[in-house]
Design a binder for this molecule. Structure first.
Ligand code: NAD
Ligand code: TYD
Length: 334
């Protein structure tokens, strides 16, 4: 099988490429990534000389490039996106462009090149947010996005579904809860807090720290995508979750404990605008139909993640200082 993976230089995409080449060494992967601030070829250093892996620097909104690449593959897995809620609050333009126009451009290319198999990576945030006693989101929950990020992802999901109903494009969608693990950009809560503590900085907890997220170790997400690609029913959506709902303050204290630091490092700061209160996922469909469930407990995954950031200090230090942009230029001439 030959896959076009978009956004493969980001957090989940790079973990997926490692996962796939390990599990299916005969398959070929083309990674199309624009290398925005979140894309980092360092994430893929150990596969860059693999003859079954090819990197193409480019934009998913580039119609001609996308069309050329799609011609030559069997499957498209779309990870490319602007992914950080706080950035979407500051400026949503790139979110609309990449997440909506970019997904549309990929769908058009898939349709115009023999209806290629298309899997779209989405988020639980499209469903809005929950009160403390509301039932968890599932595949039938109405869409009610509340941030520019989640609204742009919701729009992309609608387009993907529309291409199934209108053109018979063989699509699937997965809506996953918060991921964590190696190669996660240190602007999201878990890697930001781990690296801040390593730098002796405080950890900024938004609002009262009682916002709840459901957490999934990234490797488990990759496994779920694999199963959907192999056995998922065309036209369907699958909700993926970690069975691990935690308020932010609990995670913060757990990280502090694992790193042997003091809770004095916690700093409560101004809340995020429109801050979604709680996400939770009911993943019975993928469990019952495809036999997937998370393998890594939050405790185990968080320990592994803390270890990874401790062992890969230069990776995140380069990012936090911006040096890695210079490194690209030297290393890859781009
Ligand atoms: P990320 O921000 O780490 O990576 C995004 C990647 O997309 C980067 O490599 C970036 O360079 C690339 N990209 C951005 N714009 C592009 C464009 N126009 N053309 C080509 N490449 C472009 O994101 P992530 O956390 O790895 O998320 C991947 C996907 O998973 C996203 O679609 C996101 O919505 C979804 N998702 C993320 C989470 C999470 O917790 N991180 C949870 C559920 C779903
Ligand atoms: P984040 O990692 O940005 O993911 P998302 O907003 O997509 O869920 O944030 C996770 C939670 O952590 C969210 O409730 C906001 C909160 N948060 C903080 O309290 N402090 C921070 O510095 C960040 C980045 C997030």
């Amino acid at each position: 099988m030959k896959l076009l993976v978009t956004g493969g230089a980001g957090f989940i995409g790079s973990n997926f490429i490692h996962y796939w080449l390990r599990k299916y060494p005969k398959d070929k992967i083309v990674n199309l990534d624009a290398l925005t601030y979140a894309g980092n070829l360092e994430n893929l250093k150990d596969v860059e000389s693999n003859p079954n892996y090819k990197f193409v620097k480019g934009d998913i909104c580039d119609k001609d490039l996308v069309n050329e690449l799609v011609k030559d593959v069997d499957v498209i897995v779309n990870f490319a996106a602007e992914s950080h809620v706080d950035r979407s609050i500051l400026d949503a333009e790139n979110f609309v462009r990449t997440n909506v126009l970019g997904t549309y451009t990929l769908l058009e290319a898939a349709k115009n090149n023999g209806n290629k198999r298309f899997h779209h990576i989405s988020t639980d945030e499209v469903f809005g947010h929950l009160g403390p006693n509301d039932p968890a989101f599932n595949e039938l929950t109405p869409y009610e996005p509340r941030s520019p990020y989640s609204a742009s992802k919701a729009a992309s999901d609608h387009l993907v579904r529309a291409y199934f109903h209108t053109f018979g494009l063989p699509v699937t969608i997965s809506n996953c809860s918060n991921n964590y693990g190696p190669f996660m950009f240190p602007e999201k809560i878990i890697p930001l807090f781990i690296t801040n503590l390593m730098e002796g900085k405080k950890v900024p907890v938004y609002g009262d720290g009682m916002n709840v997220r459901d957490w999934l170790f990234v490797e488990d997400h990759c496994q779920a995508i694999d199963l959907i690609l192999q056995k998922g029913k065309i036209g369907e959506t699958y909700c993926i979750g970690g069975n691990s709902e935690k308020p932010n303050i609990e995670i913060t204290k757990k990280i502090i404990e694992l790193m042997g630091k003091s809770e004095d490092m916690i700093e409560y700061v101004k809340d995020r605008l429109g801050h979604d209160r709680r996400y939770a996922i009911d993943f019975s469909k993928i469990k019952n139909e495809l036999g997937w469930e998370p393998q890594v407990s939050f405790e185990e995954g968080l320990k592994k993640t803390v270890e990874w950031y401790k062992n890969n200090e230069s990776w995140w230090k380069n990012i936090k200082t911006g040096d890695y942009k210079e490194y690209y230029k030297k290393q890859y001439g781009k």
